[in-house]
Design a protein around this ligand. Structure first.
Ligand SMILES: [Ca+2]
Ligand SMILES: [Ca+2]
Length: 275
């Protein structure tokens, strides 16, 4: 009986361990797998500004990025004019960290922010503003319209994967924003951000609940695709497909401990029987 109990505990621990390694809590996964030319507002997105004017449409092709979970699925969103801005809800988040990843290809650069988070309802309090500028740099701000920009430039026409990180911190006007920029694959372990961590005491915090796409100038041409929102880095970057050496080590240790436990119980039972 005891042997079975120990084995059951070991199996449960192993299962929990693998769940911790493998499961993800993806809050939103948008691949724009819709007919090209449709307004994205026909597919779960809601206009919050400029409704009906140059609406954001589904592009003719999707974006691809090496190793990205949402690479090459369906089409994409095309932000190519000044006009309608749209948002999509992912559920109100009041604690923890919210990671928002997406592929982006800038065809025509201009200064402005094209993606951000909001609350529910989205109102006009936008946080985690992701920018491009006229000289081919990506940038981010907690909420200001100036932005902090990466030192490296992007190449127009090339697809990048960006991750916007919003850390909810107890207290007011102190939430933290970071931006990660990848030009060739994403690591499974969260690296240091490209920009940030940033705070801005002049900006109120939000309870993130929406991701928004923004159009701001007639000359812009940005394709956005594969938007993933989750509470862990693994939700947006995926998990290592096979156990690492250290995980195998833990598994073998568990097996060894279960074996030792079973041996000890059998020995005790045998000695009790022989009394
Ligand atoms: Ca897509
Ligand atoms: Ca806060």
């Amino acid at each position: 009986m005891k042997k079975i109990t120990i084995f059951a505990i070991f199996l449960a621990a192993l299962t929990l361990g693998f769940q911790g390694i493998g499961t993800a809590q993806v809050l939103l996964n948008e691949n724009f797998d819709y007919p090209a030319g449709d307004n994205i507002s026909a597919h779960g997105w809601t206009s919050h500004s400029g409704g009906g004017t140059q609406p954001i449409t589904v592009a003719a092709t999707g974006l691809t990025f090496p190793g990205y979970l949402d690479s090459g699925i369906g089409m994409a969103a095309l932000l190519d004019n000044n006009g309608e801005d749209d948002n999509k809800q992912f559920g109100v988040q009041t604690t923890g960290t919210i990671y928002t990843s997406f592929m982006v290809k800038v065809t025509t650069s201009a200064f402005g922010y094209f993606l951000h988070l909001g609350g529910d309802p989205i109102s006009t309090v936008f946080r985690g503003k992701v920018f491009m500028n006229a000289t081919n740099h990506f940038g981010v701000s907690v909420g200001n319209n100036v932005g902090t920009f990466a030192a490296a430039t992007y190449t127009p026409g090339t697809t990048y994967t960006l991750v916007l990180k919003y850390q909810i911190v107890a207290g007011t006007n102190n939430d933290i924003i970071s931006l990660f920029i990848f030009d060739s694959g994403m690591p499974y372990v969260e690296p240091a951000p490209t920009i940030g961590p940033l705070t801005d005491a002049t900006m109120t915090d939000i309870a993130p609940a929406t991701v928004a796409l923004r159009q701001f100038i007639a000359t812009q041409n940005i394709t956005v695709d594969g938007i993933r929102v989750g509470k862990t880095w693994a939700d947006v970057a995926g998990v290592q497909p096979v156990p690492t050496l250290s995980e195998w080590g833990l598994i073998l240790l568990g097996v060894a401990l279960a074996g030792i436990g079973a041996f000890y119980i059998m020995r005790r039972r045998n000695s009790e029987l022989s009394v």
